[in-house]
Design a protein around this ligand. Sequence first.
Ligand SMILES: [Zn+2]
Length: 297
Amino acid sequence: MVGKLTISIDLELAWGFWDILTPEVLHLSEAQERPICDKLIELFERYHIPATWAVVAAVLDRASAAGRPGNEASWYAPEIIERIRAAKTPHEIGSHGGRHVYYDRMTAAEAEEDLAFIKQVHRDNGLALDSFVFPRNAVGYLDLVTRAGLRTFRGADTGWVRLAPKLGPRAGKIITFADKVLPLPPAPARAQKNGGLVDVPGSMLLPGRDGVRRFILPAVSRAKLAMGLAWAQRSGATFHFWFHPCNFYYRADEQFATLEWFLARAAAEASRGRIEICTMGSYAPRATDTRGAKAAA
Ligand SMILES: [Zn+2]
């Protein structure tokens, strides 16, 4: 069996925290986001692994940064997208919303406005627009997202963590945390049609390491990554690994070591023909695919 590996990255700077801003977030997004992205691009280059970078459109729109707290550099960073596009490895640029507003609690008119803004920004910058990652994974208005021309989205993580939101905030939090602390295998994802889109559900988030999450052992994360990849390979399904640059804000060296360990393993599996490395966009059937979205390392 050949499994698939898909990696998606939510690139958002301070937009990911606009409603829960702290001085620390403003500082870290300004000072850390660029070096972290540089390092991510370098690692993907080293192992010839393409990823889907889901970008908050406002990161490319200087006017959106005006009037926001802190410095412009916490909100506006077109140079990061330039570096991703300049990489030899053909990454996909997707969307993570217009200004990181939540699709499960906006009106249809607001969703249309957000999608129109995204389309405008992608058109102005000559960027494809095939894949969507809902801000906070809050899925909504799939019909409008389809009509805007998108083809794939990242649905809620598979496996038992999917139960967490149904159990109330307290139990849900405990389950989500337990899942990251315990060496439980992340379930493989099966891409499936949902309306006019293809849902490529997440399998595993690389947790950040601030606060109590610093106790999540890198060895546990590695074990989960290895099990997730092996399970996808055995079942012919997808291991969909995702994270944000901010998951590298704390204990960055350990986090990068974990990621590099995983990328080396994935590249070795791909070279043996046991894993195909696919961007989210490659799950959308298209008549003529010339963008090289699918690449085996
Ligand atoms: Zn986000």
